[in-house]
Design a protein around this ligand. Structure first.
Ligand SMILES: Nc1ncnc2c1ncn2[C@@H]1O[C@H](COP(=O)(O)OP(=O)(O)OP(=O)(O)O)[C@@H](O)[C@H]1O
Ligand SMILES: [Mg+2]
Length: 290
């Protein structure tokens, strides 16, 4: 506020402050990433995986991290998850500095991280048992998640007897069971066929809309990022920096055949292709730019 309030009566200042409150509440930052670098020491030198990453993700936002292989997407997600600390800079979730994994952040991995010796229902219940939830409550919650992810009739099967899509549904249910306000997803649908992928994308959007979770979703698919995200953060190939932060305003459900969708696809395609070429120059031809 640029008004001179020092000489005013405190009640008047308060009234003024109240009137000055915006009608629409400002978006609340949920994940705050400031000045993050991540370097890996490797034989003969160092790999700068992330450099100067500043990113604010608001509560309830669906953000995709997009970029070619090796641009640091997983590194950034792992840092938010607390699996691996930045070399420099800080990450805070809900104003608390991330120093370790925590129940406020659930992670869905690309490879289905299920316990092979446990049934579908037991896999989903696992985190709730660790939390010490009562049996009846666990059963009710598991039943609800099984229904939500269309897994009810598969509840007693083991992961090896499920398709890739089904396994990934279980992985999602397992993270949802913990009800973390932040969901981190590392190319969760990368290994699925196109139809299964689309149906899980639709389900994820439905769950996101119903639960209001903040989602950070890693993908190297331009199409997937436009289909899902409120915001697409394009990373550069080594060192991983933010190349572009693009807001996607298209209404949902999104039509991937629409002109607006394809316009964005072209735009992002040009950005990502430039990084892909740098990736190929380094990793395919064995050159180095580090
Ligand atoms: N533990 C590690 N030790 C050394 N280098 C690493 C380590 N983890 C990642 N890197 C390097 O850091 C860079 C970024 O890796 P990262 O896995 O984050 O990329 P990505 O964008 O997730 O790629 P992909 O799409 O292939 O999963 C790569 O060059 C990678 O080789
Ligand atoms: Mg990765």
């Amino acid at each position: 506020m640029s008004m001179h309030t020092a000489s005013m009566h405190p009640a008047a200042v308060e009234a003024l402050a109240e009137r000055a409150m915006p009608v629409i509440a400002p978006a609340a930052p949920h994940i705050l990433i400031e000045g993050v670098d991540k370097r890996f020491v490797v034989p003969g030198g160092e790999i700068v995986a992330l450099k100067d990453i500043d990113l604010t993700i608001n509560r309830g936002e669906f953000v995709c991290l997009l970029g070619p292989s090796g641009c640091g997407k997983s590194t950034l997600l792992n840092a938010i998850a607390g699996f691996s600390a930045p070399t420099q800079g800080t990450i805070a979730v809900e104003k608390r500095k991330v120093t370790a994994p925590g129940p406020d952040r659930g992670m869905v991995f690309q490879e289905y991280a299920l316990f092979p010796w446990m049934s579908v229902a037991a896999n989903i219940a696992f985190g709730l048992e660790i939390k010490g939830m009562k049996r009846a409550e666990i059963d009710a919650r598991v039943a609800e998640l099984l229904a939500m992810l269309k897994l009810t009739e598969f509840r007693d099967r083991f992961p090896k007897d499920l398709s890739g899509g089904m396994r990934q549904r279980v992985a999602i249910a397992r993270v949802l069971a913990l009800d973390s306000p932040v969901m981190l997803m590392d190319e969760p649908f990368g290994a699925l066929d196109a139809l299964t992928r689309r149906s899980l994308q639709d389900e994820l959007i439905r769950i996101w809309a119903a639960t209001g979770k903040t989602i950070v979703f890693v993908t190297h698919s331009i199409e997937e990022s436009i289909y899902l995200a409120d915001r697409i953060v394009v990373l550069t190939y080594r060192p991983g920096t933010i190349k572009q932060d693009i807001r996607v305003e298209l209404p949902r459900p999104r039509d991937s055949a629409s002109a607006a969708f394809n316009e964005l696809k072209r735009e992002l395609g040009a950005l990502v292709t430039a990084e892909q070429h740098r990736f190929e120059a380094v990793e395919v031809k064995g050159l180095t730019t580090d």
